[in-house]
Design a protein around this ligand. Structure first.
Ligand code: C2E
Ligand code: CA
Ligand code: CA
Length: 602
């Protein structure tokens, strides 16, 4: 081999005047002498060149791999190698390289079909003057094509990448996620994937306090940290100013999605340094699962953004899953809202009650759950209309009705001979934030002559965390009324556990997502165990919700959980059904105590 060039940039060659970069020419030729002659002739005619000779398909492949070439000059027919084979190898390697035939005894038919296959030109061996002209022409063409390609690539980059973070932008992100979804559909694979969006909380303050450049540095740093914490197959993007996106292929469950959101959030554990000042940031995140859906990547992104907006509205520093009930179309929403306005007056609301039992399966209390018997839609789930009631302020009259009705029913049960029964009522975040709640609770208890401790208010972890100052004040006032306070859906919030100590809470309701997997997932067991241990150390009661099987109950008793609720012990039922159950249990108890008294007498 005559010459082994190093890896070089392309295309180097030919310019008028001054020292030009050499042209890198790959020569396919069987003869070393012919090769030397060619190099000499080209140099003599002013073409600075770096050439290498190959004479087999293997040598050609290796040479193409090793460095970038500007041009190939090929002998027409070698013993085991012809120009067609060479063209094929060059094409398969995806190279855009002019190929010239430089050969004696050219068979014109073959030469024409070679040009048809992509050979740029052919030159009779020895006609070096023409060869030089052809080389110069081809190199000009190559340079022009390169320039167009570079411009295209730049435009493409501008259209698809965010220049600040160098991450893909919204466009490319949707295209990539969309490609992945289509691929799943094509291969009839289930779409197991999770899209998370992240919006930096109060980012404008960073800009306002430290300046725009500092804000940009923080955004770059966020992009860098994101890249560090996720695996290579995770698709990242900067969606817009302070919103980033991540798509996790293969993560298809709520639990998995929650783990990913928490994981991503670790990028905010360390402060962002700005002029030696440590800035601590938090984010609001939205999580949307692709599983089961048929929507586009754009739909999925919109879902995550909808959930993210709710996380932000909820005070930030938390994540939310997309809930299809959030996005009922606006027309449907408006008509639902109009109907909801009349629901109380038209007596369409109803309370059903779900039993809460002790370790022996005896009924200790009930949770009141709201139902809306819509004249046209049938029973509407509270998950669907409570958020609407919250947003429109209708939760105030509805909440009042619920509290009053639950207290009235509790009085009925008291009078039937069940003075120990406790009724739990759910209080939404909006209700909890209104001072009027105190008055309503006080009146409901007073009107029916109930002791405060007969009533339990269930408040979700996230409502408690909204504004710790307000929460502390409200809880103190409720405690003054004697009311029992329960933390609902515990474990799903996004807060530290330390607040449990700060607030006067009585009961912790372990969320049903942990109970569901308690028999099959060691992590759920560990979480439940930790929650119960923590509650006990603070003398709080625990209730497990969503218990659906005996195995789950056994596992929970093993962990010393105090109370149980779930389909296994009873579905939500109307007041009459609960009364019946109370009476039956009373009779059974009476029979048992008679039986045991008789045994004693005998
Ligand atoms: P929540 O407070 O977590 O209520 C428990 C939900 O879990 C109820 O759904 C109940 O039917 C369901 N559930 C009970 N046992 C099981 C079980 O073993 N397995 C499963 N998979 N689910 C079980 P529901 O009645 O649809 O209520 C949904 C949510 O609506 C409640 O969640 C609560 O946050 C809200 N809500 C209900 N009633 C009211 C109300 O009067 N006021 C307010 N503000 N919110 C309410
Ligand atoms: Ca509840
Ligand atoms: Ca709950």
């Amino acid at each position: 081999m005559a010459f082994a060039p190093e890896k070089w940039g392309s295309p180097g060659p030919v310019s008028s005047g001054g020292e030009t970069a050499p042209v890198h020419i790959l020569v396919i030729d069987a003869s070393e002498e012919d090769f030397d002659l060619l190099r000499g002739e080209l140099s003599m005619r002013g073409i600075r060149n770096q050439c290498e000779r190959v004479s087999s398909p293997e040598e050609l492949s290796t040479a193409l791999e090793r460095c970038e070439w500007d041009l190939v000059i090929s002998e027409h027919r070698l013993p085991a190698f012809d120009v067609f084979k060479a063209l094929d190898i060059i094409k398969r390697k995806g190279r855009d390289l002019p190929v010239l035939i430089h050969s004696s005894n050219i068979d014109w038919n073959l030469a024409v079909s070679a040009m048809y296959e992509g050979v740029a030109d052919f030159v009779e061996r020895g006609n070096y003057d023409r060869l030089v002209l052809v080389i110069e022409r081809e190199l000009r063409g190559l340079r022009a094509r390169m320039a167009v390609r570079e411009a295209d690539a730049r435009l493409d980059h501008l259209a698809n990448f965010d220049h600040l973070s160098t991450l893909p932008n919204r466009n490319l992100f949707c295209a990539k996620v969309g490609g992945w979804l289509e691929d799943c559909d094509r291969r009839s694979k289930s779409r197991k994937g999770t899209l998370v969006t992240l919006d930096v909380d109060r980012f404008l303050r960073v800009n306002a306090s430290f300046g725009y450049d500092a804000g940009n540095r923080v955004l770059k740093e966020i992009a860098r940290r994101l890249g560090d914490v996720v695996d290579a197959e995770v698709m990242l993007a900067r969606i817009n100013s302070d919103v980033f996106g991540a798509f996790f292929p293969g993560i298809g469950t709520q639990e998995g999605g929650a783990v990913m959101a928490r994981w991503i959030n670790t990028i905010f554990d360390a402060p962002f340094l700005q002029d030696k000042v440590e800035i601590f940031l938090t984010a609001s995140m939205g999580v949307a699962l692709a599983d089961g859906g048929t929507g586009t990547a754009f739909d999925l992104l919109t879902q995550a953004e909808t959930a993210m907006a709710l996380a932000k509205k909820g005070g930030g520093n938390q994540f939310r899953f997309f809930d299809p009930t959030i996005s009922v179309t606006s027309a449907e929403r408006m008509s639902l809202e109009a109907d909801l306005r009349h629901a109380v007056a038209r007596q369409e609301l109803q309370l059903v009650y779900q039993p809460v039992v002790d370790g022996g399966g005896q009924l200790r209390g009930v949770e009141a759950l709201l139902r809306w018997n819509h004249p046209r839609l049938g029973t509407v789930s509270p998950d669907r209309f409570i958020p609407l009631a919250d947003e429109t302020g209708l939760i105030v009259p509805i909440g009042e009705w619920v509290l009053t009705e639950a207290c009235r029913q509790c009085r009925v049960w008291q009078d039937l001979g069940f003075p120990w029964i406790r009724v739990a009522v759910n209080v939404s975040a909006i209700q909890f934030g209104q001072p009027r709640l105190l008055q309503v609770v006080g009146e409901a208890l007073g009107n029916y002559g109930l002791e405060g401790d007969r009533l339990t208010l269930e408040i979700t972890e996230s409502s408690l965390m909204r504004d710790p100052e307000v929460t502390a004040g409200m809880l103190r006032a409720l405690k003054n009324l004697g009311v029992t306070i329960s933390v609902d859906d515990f474990g799903t919030g996004y807060s530290s556990l330390s607040y449990l100590r700060k607030f006067p809470l009585d009961i912790i309701k372990i969320d049903k997502s942990f109970i569901r997997d308690i028999c099959k997932d060691v992590e759920s067991v560990a979480i439940v165990r930790a929650i119960i241990a923590l509650a006990r150390s603070m003398r709080r009661e625990t209730i497990a919700e969503g218990v659906e099987s005996e195995d789950q109950q056994v596992a929970l008793i093993r962990e010393s959980c105090n109370g149980f609720q779930g389909y296994f012990f009873g579905r939500p039922a109307d007041a009459a059904a609960i009364t019946e159950r109370l009476l039956t249990e009373q009779q059974t108890r009476a029979k048992l105590s008679v039986a045991s008294a008789e045994t004693y007498v005998r």
